[in-house]
Design a protein around this ligand. Structure first.
Ligand SMILES: NC(=O)c1ccc[n+]([C@@H]2O[C@H](COP(=O)([O-])OP(=O)(O)OC[C@H]3O[C@@H](n4cnc5c(N)ncnc54)[C@H](OP(=O)(O)O)[C@@H]3O)[C@@H](O)[C@H]2O)c1
Length: 308
């Protein structure tokens, strides 16, 4: 599957929400969208960082249509407020890029009782998607993109349904791996339910391999961070401008199909050009998918309307 962003024509008239657009891959995604004339809503939690990023993006694409709207994925009330604000202002949404994420922070429970990685990476995006799906035009050009990771194939390789929020034996790396597995499973199940309801909107997942130059490693121990950032990543990773391509492919490729999963093709999917990526079989097991969907509905109060 060949993909070149240069072959994608102007998307004038389209509008996208990108979560975590103030840094790393989200910033780069915003830049690529602006260059294709897509209006971008930066859904970010930190206003100061978002405004600095917005100004930098506008200096790169002076005619870009760009707006910051506050969203903290770790608070369900903030997710609901964001969706309400968006819907009051805009009638439709073409691309929902569920990009934001955190990796291996110290244990923290959110106000809603979620472990913070499950909240920011998965539950927040699950609820956000449910609140915006009905204003997405029913066409295959409408895309919901979920960010997973090669990490989903490592560690527990399962969802700990009995202790989803790590009340016992918290492992920051296992919690990250689980949250990224949950994102991929959500993309798969959402695709299944969209098809079953006769919808044309596509749910597609992507991962950036190992991408250097983002802020994702900020919670790693200092020494480990330095070894990874300055010794390992320069050899095995993409830079951000390449790392972003799988999620751009998921959003803009005319060849994309619902349920596809894209990632880099070299070095066990750590770097290289984007293409079809490997999914853990667990992430496609119907029983697992339904169990995760049902518990996520229960815990977030999300309502997917006709996709139930
Ligand atoms: N970089 C990699 O090698 C790699 C590999 C596999 C998967 N990924 C995935 O790619 C995505 C982007 O990662 P990145 O490397 O670009 O990381 P990054 O540079 O740290 O960017 C993450 C973004 O998410 C935002 N965010 C975090 N928690 C949030 C919350 N509660 N509400 C709203 N926004 C929140 C951050 O906002 P603040 O600036 O306010 O913190 C930031 O804008 C993540 O989903 C990550 O899991 C990355």
């Amino acid at each position: 599957m060949n993909f070149s962003i240069n072959n994608i024509p102007s998307q004038k008239g389209k509008i996208a929400i990108i979560t975590g657009a103030n840094a790393g891959l989200g910033y780069e995604n915003a830049l690529r969208f602006l260059q294709k004339d897509i209006k971008v809503i930066m859904a970010c939690r930190n206003e100061t960082k978002a405004i600095i990023a917005r100004d930098k993006l506008l200096s790169e694409v002076p005619n870009g249509q760009l707006e910051f709207m506050k969203l903290d994925l770790c608070e369900l009330s903030s997710v609901r407020k964001f969706a309400q604000n968006y819907r009051e202002k805009y009638e439709k949404l073409d691309y929902l890029i569920n990009n934001a994420g955190i990796m291996v922070p110290p244990y923290h429970k959110t106000v809603d009782g979620f472990e913070s990685q499950m909240a920011a990476n998965y539950f927040g995006h699950f609820l956000l998607t449910s609140l915006l799906l009905d204003i997405m035009p029913d066409t295959a050009e409408s895309r919901i993109v979920l960010l997973s990771s090669v990490a989903h194939r490592h560690g527990p390789k399962k969802i700990f349904f009995e202790d989803l929020n790590w009340e016992n034996n918290y492992s920051s790396s296992k919690a990250y791996q689980q949250s990224k597995l949950a994102c991929l499973m959500f993309a798969n199940e959402l695709d299944y339910r969209l098809r079953r309801a006769g919808k044309k909107i596509l749910s597609v997942a992507a991962h950036p391999g190992a991408t250097a130059g983002t802020e994702l490693g900020k919670h790693l121990p200092k020494l480990l961070y330095c070894v990874i950032e300055y010794m390992l990543l320069p050899v095995i990773s993409n830079d951000v401008s390449n790392g972003v391509l799988p999620q751009i492919m998921a959003a803009l490729s005319p060849q994309a199909r619902g349920g596809d999963y894209y990632g880099p093709q070299k070095l066990d999917e750590m770097k290289g050009e984007p293409g079809i990526a490997r999914k853990l079989p667990y992430s496609e097991n119907k029983q697992n998918l339904e169990q995760l969907w049902d518990i996520s509905i229960k815990l977030t109060g999300a309502d997917f309307g006709e996709l139930v």
